[in-house]
Design a protein around this ligand. Structure first.
Ligand code: AHM
Ligand code: MG
Length: 332
């Protein structure tokens, strides 16, 4: 029988392989694992304790905020604040970043997160997920964090990950040295290494897009989507990016959230959603571009809630999409 490797064990082992590691980054990753377990417990019993449903407020970009979103947001902020390794947190659910006041303000990292992505699915028991990214602070470590600590390009991220609360709960993360997945074993309460060094297929049969907006997409995207349909690719769209991407990670495919007339600059948030997911997709051997064919991780970020269009997934499928943009896109 193979020995089980828990998330904590894996993090410690990886730390030992990193020269001069202070252990603080490892502690931070472990804290994220703890927050994920707490949230998982609540997600699983949400229907029983009446924390489903719309909270009645809207988040900073105008979407309805569900009770479980609020709970998850609070739990992650609470856990990360106590960790001592973080000097600030920026969340999709908060208008501004949250400076963390440690006794010494020595936290070296900032965390960006979408605490519960796929909010339209919460009410109806469909899988949702948490997305996170970690940056090293760039400001004076003896002072509170500043906005520049958060407005760093995706390519400067030191780690990213997602947690999928699905039929099983999975935590998938990368520190820029490959991608690994851990499944929560509820009987022992531990995330156990289940998917080592994930590499996604270079092509696949799935495309994932909200086809309901078809007429609102630019011509080149409509042509590419027609092409997917011509090739009999299977359309799968859960509406929880974490779930849609997770499928693609293992079975190959392409995920698209292009700009629409309603969202001319795209809907998904660069800092909380696009950067971390692009980081993970690239770690798995895939590609993540905007509809203008820029590499997502290289985009400049000017504000916390900036949005972007995004097309990501299997290398060869994104390459095909690129050809459609080059052929039908309007050159400005
Ligand atoms: P959210 O952060 O409010 O949950 O929005 C992000 C979600 C993604 O998970 C998903 O891909 C997309 O929004 C679905 O949007 P739409 O309903 O417009 O297709
Ligand atoms: Mg989201």
């Amino acid at each position: 029988m193979n020995k089980i490797v828990t998330l904590d064990e894996f993090i410690i082992r990886s730390e030992k392989e990193t020269p001069h590691s202070s252990g603080s980054f490892s502690r931070l990753l472990r804290d994220i694992g703890i927050a994920a377990k707490i949230v998982n417990r609540e997600v699983n019993k949400a229907g029983l304790v009446n924390i489903l449903g719309v909270e009645g407020s809207t988040n900073s970009t105008g979407d309805d905020v569900q009770k479980l979103d609020m709970f998850t947001n609070e739990k992650f902020i609470e856990t990360l604040s106590y960790s001592g390794e973080v000097c600030g947190i920026a969340s999709e659910e908060n208008q501004d970043f949250i400076p963390v006041k440690n006794a010494t303000n020595t936290g070296n990292y900032v965390v960006v997160m979408d605490p519960l992505d796929g909010s339209s699915n919460i009410d109806v028991n469909v899988s949702v997920g948490t997305i996170f990214g970690i940056y090293k602070r760039v400001s004076d470590p003896n002072k509170p964090c500043i906005i520049e600590d958060f407005l760093q390009k995706g390519s400067q991220m030191v780690a990213a990950g997602y947690i999928l609360y699905g039929t099983s709960t999975l935590l998938v993360y990368s520190t820029g040295n490959g991608l690994n997945g851990f499944t929560l074993d509820p009987s022992i309460g531990e995330f156990c290494l289940s998917h080592k060094n994930i590499q996604m297929p270079i092509a696949g049969n799935y495309y994932s897009v909200n086809q309901g907006y078809y007429l609102k997409f630019d011509l080149e995207m409509r042509r590419y989507i027609d092409h997917c349909s011509d090739l009999n690719y299977r359309l799968r769209y859960i509406g929880s990016m974490v779930s849609d991407i997770h499928r693609i990670m293992f079975q190959g495919g392409i995920f698209l959230y292009p700009n629409t007339r309603k969202y001319p600059k795209g809907k998904l948030r660069l800092l909380y959603e696009c950067y971390p997911m692009s980081f993970l997709i690239e770690q798995a051997g895939g590609t993540a571009l905007t509809c203008k064919l820029e590499r997502v991780l290289d985009l400049e970020i000017k504000s916390l809630h900036q949005t972007s269009s995004i097309v990501m997934g299997s290398r060869d499928m994104v390459r095909d999409m690129k050809e459609f943009v080059e052929k039908y896109g309007v050159v400005v």
